[in-house]
Design a protein around this ligand. Structure first.
Ligand code: PEP
Ligand code: MN
Length: 242
């Protein structure tokens, strides 16, 4: 099977400082990957965990946008951050915890900014499709859906990657669909094979976390790929045959 130019979104779980983001962008740029994760507001389960740089990270992104041909995808948690984030963010991520935050979706719709909408961790496909309609009904013209795994009983993976979501949600919405391999699996060893599977069942692209030094990452250390691991991952995807 030939896989045609899937979109690859990559980058760290969170922006920790300027050098680590620049190092990652330089690495990805050399591989012609220009849609980069750059989380500034992190929705963490434990309030004591790193919450992201917040607005302090905006000048970092602004500076790197001057230097590299890069588009940033970053999560928005609070609509009051929209105006400032819009200076540097190209795609606004609505994370799993906010999929059914309809007030947020309406405001993003009205703002007309590109949105990547993640599936809620306990959302049915209908609920996912309906959430997307909050965006489109209120004005969004560029919405991408993201399957990121759903909660279940098995702890072998962080969540259960529901690949049936890909063809089914496509029938329900006609919006592009990508698969977040990092937050669904929570591990790297099967990301390449599941990435192939995602593309084989019709995903328009995949998203993975990449960090210059995953062991030292301030969040999601276990699932972030090193540069070498990411190269192996890309190689496997690009082989293009099943
Ligand atoms: C993320 O992509 O940074 C994230 C927090 O993912 P999710 O909302 O899927 O948990
Ligand atoms: Mn993460």
């Amino acid at each position: 099977m030939q896989i045609h130019d899937p979109v690859i979104i990559a980058g760290p779980c969170a922006v920790e400082n300027a050098p680590m983001l620049e190092e990652t962008i330089r690495f990805l740029d050399a591989r012609r990957i220009h849609l980069v994760r750059a989380g500034l507001y992190k929705p963490r389960t434990d309030v004591r965990s790193f919450q992201g740089l917040g607005a302090d990270g905006i000048p970092i992104l602004a500076d790197l946008k001057q230097k590299y041909p890069v588009g940033f995808i970053s999560e928005i948690l609070d609509i009051r951050d929209l105006e400032r984030l819009a200076e540097v963010v190209d795609v606004f991520q609505v994370g799993s915890r906010n999929m059914d935050n309809y007030a947020l979706l309406k405001e993003l719709g009205k703002a007309g900014v590109p949105v990547l909408l993640k599936r809620g961790m306990c959302a049915t496909l209908r609920e996912f499709a309906c959430a997307a309609e909050y965006l489109t009904q209120y004005g969004s013209r560029q919405v991408v859906l993201c399957e990121r795994g759903i909660r279940s009983f098995d702890t072998a993976t962080r969540n259960v990657l529901d690949l049936s979501c890909v063809p089914l949600i496509r029938e329900m919405t006609a919006l592009p669909v990508i698969v977040d391999l990092s937050h669904s699996l929570g591990r790297k060893d099967i990301a390449a094979s599941m990435g192939r599977a995602a593309l084989a069942c019709g995903a328009d692209g995949v998203m993975v976390e990449v960090h210059p030094d995953p062991d030292a990452a301030w969040s999601d250390a276990r699932q972030q790929m090193s540069f070498r691991e990411f190269d192996c991952f890309l190689d496997f995807l690009n082989r293009g045959e099943l």
